[in-house]
Design a protein around this ligand. Structure first.
Ligand SMILES: [Zn+2]
Length: 311
């Protein structure tokens, strides 16, 4: 039998380098994607349990609350006829250089809940991003960056990025102090392709190089852009501004990078379970996100210009 060394098989050869705590990563993934969380639909008991879990982990890791006594930032968002509320969860690791400037790491914790008696656990979408964010928080807490890092688990993303929009519309620190957004949405389901996609390279002059450096240091294949499943090709130009929470930051001209796998067969189905996530790929994707974040902090972000209100 001839084994071909295609690009695909090279991509599949992932071997994480032990930069993060794999046991915590996997236990956070499994906990958030457990049936007990009932699919984490905004406004449900399952979503409340999920954010209690995230807050308890923030406490364990040692994140500081921002502008409140706890990590919870409730918000309302408009729905026809009535306001519905969601709750973001956020905490910070102060920087040891430019502590007044913030990189915001986002991952939405809400998902679709139950449909027709079946629980949509949303393991990849987006328990994987939240668990990865917790791994990044633990690492940054151990070894802080020059910039402060604000970790934001958003609610109501699936309904229209409402948690992220609420954050940027009413931020707990001045918007001008926020220098960049790193958005993690669907890091786990690398099966079949074993490729991680990063879009937003064009949103800051230093990001193209940052992604190249990250690929060189990590252990998996990184594609710039995002794979458009419907069109069947990698779209490097479309910035997928509405695809996930980074869209809310982009609207305010904040540079962003969006990390995630391509849409896949279990996307928004009841088969998106923790068991279906290949651990080595997921761990390597989380490591790549950590490398990206650490390298991002080497960039000198010039403070955003305060825009004068035009009468
Ligand atoms: Zn998502």
């Amino acid at each position: 039998m001839i084994v071909s060394l295609s690009a695909h098989s090279q991509c599949a050869d992932v071997s994480p380098r032990g930069l993060i705590n794999d046991d915590s990563l996997m236990s956070d993934l499994y906990a958030l994607a457990d049936d007990m969380m009932q699919g984490r639909r905004t406004g449900t008991r399952g979503a409340a349990m999920a954010r209690q879990y995230v807050a308890a982990r923030f406490t364990e890791i040692g994140l500081q609350p921002v502008a409140r006594d706890d990590y919870f930032h409730p918000f309302d968002y408009p729905k026809v006829g009535s306001d519905i509320s969601g709750v973001n969860v956020l905490g910070v690791v102060p920087g040891d250089g430019f502590s007044g400037r913030f990189i915001v790491v986002t991952a939405h914790y809400d998902h679709l809940g139950k449909q027709g008696g079946r629980v949509f656990n949303g393991a990849d979408d987006n328990a994987s991003g939240v668990a990865a964010m917790l791994a990044l928080a633990a690492s940054i807490k151990q070894q802080p960056l020059p910039y402060s890092v604000l970790f934001l688990a958003t609610d109501a993303e699936e309904k229209g990025l409402y948690g992220a929009k609420a954050f940027v519309e009413s931020p707990p620190v001045s918007l001008d102090q926020i220098v960049a957004n790193l958005n993690l949405d669907m890091l786990g389901q690398g099966k079949h392709r074993y490729k991680l996609y990063i879009s937003g390279a064009g949103s800051h002059p230093a990001f193209e190089q940052l992604i190249d450096d990250t690929e060189a240091l990590g252990t998996l294949c990184i594609i710039k852009g995002h794979r458009d499943v419907r069109r069947g090709y990698v779209n490097r130009r479309n910035n997928y501004r509405q695809a996930s929470d980074h869209g809310a930051f982009l609207r305010h001209d904040i540079p962003y990078l969006f990390v995630g796998v391509a849409e896949h067969g279990t996307y928004h189905t009841d088969e998106d379970s923790a068991e279906s996530i290949p651990p080595a790929f997921y761990q390597a994707a989380t490591e790549a996100s950590l490398i990206l974040l650490r390298k991002m902090a080497n960039i000198t972000f010039t403070p955003r210009q305060v825009r004068e209100d035009v009468p």
